[in-house]
Design a protein around this ligand. Structure first.
Ligand SMILES: [Zn+2]
Length: 57
């Protein structure tokens, strides 16, 4: 998997929409790529902020 493919899958990952096969590839790339680990953490933070906003409104 390339970093570009990884980034396309991150939102699906956070919303639990990846198939088991996709998850395997996702984790394989994640374990070998520090850039994508950073990307995932930033993305996760944004998503949790959005979820909190939805709670308060
Ligand atoms: Zn990567």
């Amino acid at each position: 998997m390339t970093c570009t493919n990884f980034e396309k899958l991150v939102s699906d990952y956070l919303f639990c929409r990846l198939s088991p096969a996709q998850l395997t590839l996702f984790y394989e790339h994640l374990s070998g790529c520090a850039d994508c680990r950073d990307f995932l953490e930033r993305y996760r933070r944004v998503v949790s902020l959005l979820r909190e906003e939805r709670h308060t409104t």
